[in-house]
Design a protein around this ligand. Structure first.
Ligand SMILES: [Zn+2]
Length: 80
């Protein structure tokens, strides 16, 4: 089971806090325009035990949670 690097507790899940960021344009007349295509999601993966932020992307969170799992079939060597 993976252990939290901050509190050293064994954890099987992470707390995910996901928040949407919206971008607008604000001009001298006080008008607000929504800007397209740049909305983004902030992801914050935290330890459920100590509430410390551990990861900010899914890939790192997944490989952390799958680390140390027994009997996995994906035992291939990683060549980068
Ligand atoms: Zn922790």
């Amino acid at each position: 089971m993976p252990k939290c690097p901050k509190c050293n507790e064994e954890i099987t899940t992470l707390s995910l806090i996901q928040s949407e960021r919206n971008f607008y344009e604000f001009n001298a007349q006080g008008s607000i325009y929504e800007r397209e295509l740049i909305n983004q999601w902030d992801k914050d993966f935290k330890c459920p035990k100590c509430d410390e932020g551990l990861f900010d992307n899914e890939d790192d969170a997944l490989s952390f949670l799958n680390n140390g799992k027994e009997g996995g079939k994906n035992g291939g060597d990683e060549i980068s």
